[in-house]
Design a protein around this ligand. Structure first.
Ligand code: DOR
Ligand code: ZN
Length: 354
């Protein structure tokens, strides 16, 4: 296997293999003209989450969605959308076999019903999914997991840990050949679980969970643009995520969870969950890794470990970041609508060289 230290790091320039985003939300329709170029400017591939309304549950729906995405890739840019299918209580073993035959389908996404945006069609009884998980294991179809329980009596800050203990640990023990990706992890509990689980268990890490903790959500007022799910946790958890990201452990890799909601749906009495990070994604990770004095670890995390885990080739193009101070955009407008991106108006120390 190729070395993971091909990155060249000088004080002012960082050249890495082109990265991939192993978890994001493009949405659909007119928005694709904004979201797809924002990601394709940097990433060669991205796993596109299926939580549209209605959700993307079939191979045919995913293929049609993929074509709509490809129609919005700027000319001259190579970009490959990898489609996740939405697991429901009604998904069958036959559905899984069909998905396994399509190289553009990367896996099934398990949303516990009610856990997050457009998850009402998600899984209500994880315990009843045995035959489907069995077939996924048999046919090599990965399981991507939003790892939170939804019972109202469980405190929102504990929902990830309870999901791991109650559902994920038993699944990974029972299906030792099933690839499982715990998405957007937020706790030390998740880091410890993934680290000690078998080799086919991995996790994605978002920029916001590495760069922030719940103080950034709640101190001095409610900072709605830092609200996402799973919600930011306390600082000790953030530190565990930071250490996982820079550890060089190949089980931890980049997945932005970039999740746009228009400004009016964030800045309201009951605001939507999601941080829209696509316009500054790799730069945010560079910011975090630089703060941790670990820029030499960025390439493995951003460009190698995810591809290796999913059994896809590493990218051969390069991406160059330059040390230069700039500001993340305050807003993004498209077709008369406005979004406030994550990190809006704040400084960044690294920028992609175009
Ligand atoms: O913050 C989030 N936003 N977390 C999710 O799990 C879904 C996402 C969205 O689609 O808005
Ligand atoms: Zn997501």
């Amino acid at each position: 296997m190729a070395s993971t230290s091909s990155a060249s790091v000088s004080p002012d320039t960082l050249c890495i293999d082109q990265p991939d985003d192993w978890h994001l939300h493009f949405r659909d329709g007119d928005m694709l003209a904004m979201t797809v170029p924002a990601t394709a400017r940097v990433f060669k591939r991205a796993i596109v989450m299926p939580n549209l309304a209605p959700p993307v549950t079939t191979v045919a729906q995913a293929e049609a969605y993929r074509q709509r995405i490809l129609a919005n890739v700027p000319s001259g840019i190579e970009f490959e959308p990898l489609m996740a299918l939405y697991l429901t209580q009604d998904t069958t073993a036959q559905d899984v076999r069909e998905a396994a035959q399509n190289p553009n389908i990367i896996g099934y996404k398990l949303y516990p019903a009610g856990a997050t945006t457009n998850s009402s069609a998600g899984v209500r009884a994880v315990d009843a999914m045995g035959p489907v998980l069995e077939t996924m294991q048999e046919f090599g179809v990965p399981l991507l997991v939003h790892g939170e329980v939804t019972e109202p009596e469980i405190d929102i800050f504990d929902r990830e840990k309870v999901f791991i203990d109650r559902y994920l640990a038993p699944i990974t023990e029972r299906y030792g050949r099933l690839k499982v990706i715990l998405e957007h992890i937020t706790t030390k509990d998740a880091v410890d679980f993934v680290t000690s689980a078998h080799d086919l268990v991995a996790a994605t890490l978002t920029p916001q969970h590495i760069l922030m903790n719940r103080n950034d959500l709640l101190v001095g007022g409610v900072h709605v643009h830092n609200y996402c799910l799973p919600v930011l946790k306390r600082r000790t958890h953030q530190e565990a995520l930071q250490q996982a990201a820079i550890s060089g452990n190949r089980k931890f890799f980049l997945g932005t969870d970039s999740a746009p909601h228009v400004q009016a749906k964030k800045e309201t009495a009951c605001g939507c969950a999601g941080c829209f990070s696509a316009f500054t994604a790799i730069e945010l990770y560079a910011e975090a890794f630089a703060q941790l004095d670990a820029l030499d670890k960025l390439e493995g995390f951003a460009s190698h470990f995810g591809a290796d885990f999913y059994g896809r080739p590493r990218n051969t193009q390069k991406l160059v970041l330059q040390r230069t101070e700039w500001q993340a955009p305050e807003t993004v407008t498209h077709n008369g609508e406005t979004w406030v991106p994550y990190w809006a108006g704040k400084s960044l120390q690294w920028q992609v060289r175009v």
